[in-house]
Write a protein that binds this ligand. Structure first.
Ligand SMILES: [Zn+2]
Length: 66
């Protein structure tokens, strides 16, 4: 499973996406961005930013490596 937190890109947004592939997450993020952030299309730069922020989803508690 992979995971993406919209808040990593849009401060204050609490939406979190989990899916088995990056493509599924990107699809869900695009839909979310359109509905909740009023973005008709996702710029390529944002797609690559989202891609870089997709992480393996922790099964239980997420622990930071920082
Ligand atoms: Zn969002």
């Amino acid at each position: 499973m992979k995971q993406f937190s919209c808040g990593d890109v849009v401060p204050g947004c609490s939406a979190v996406f989990r899916a088995s592939s990056e493509e599924q997450i990107l699809g869900a993020v695009a839909e979310h961005a359109r509905r909740d952030h009023g973005m008709d299309s996702i710029p390529a730069a944002l797609v690559s930013q989202v891609r870089s922020l997709i992480r393996p989803a922790a099964v239980e508690v997420t622990s930071s490596l920082a």
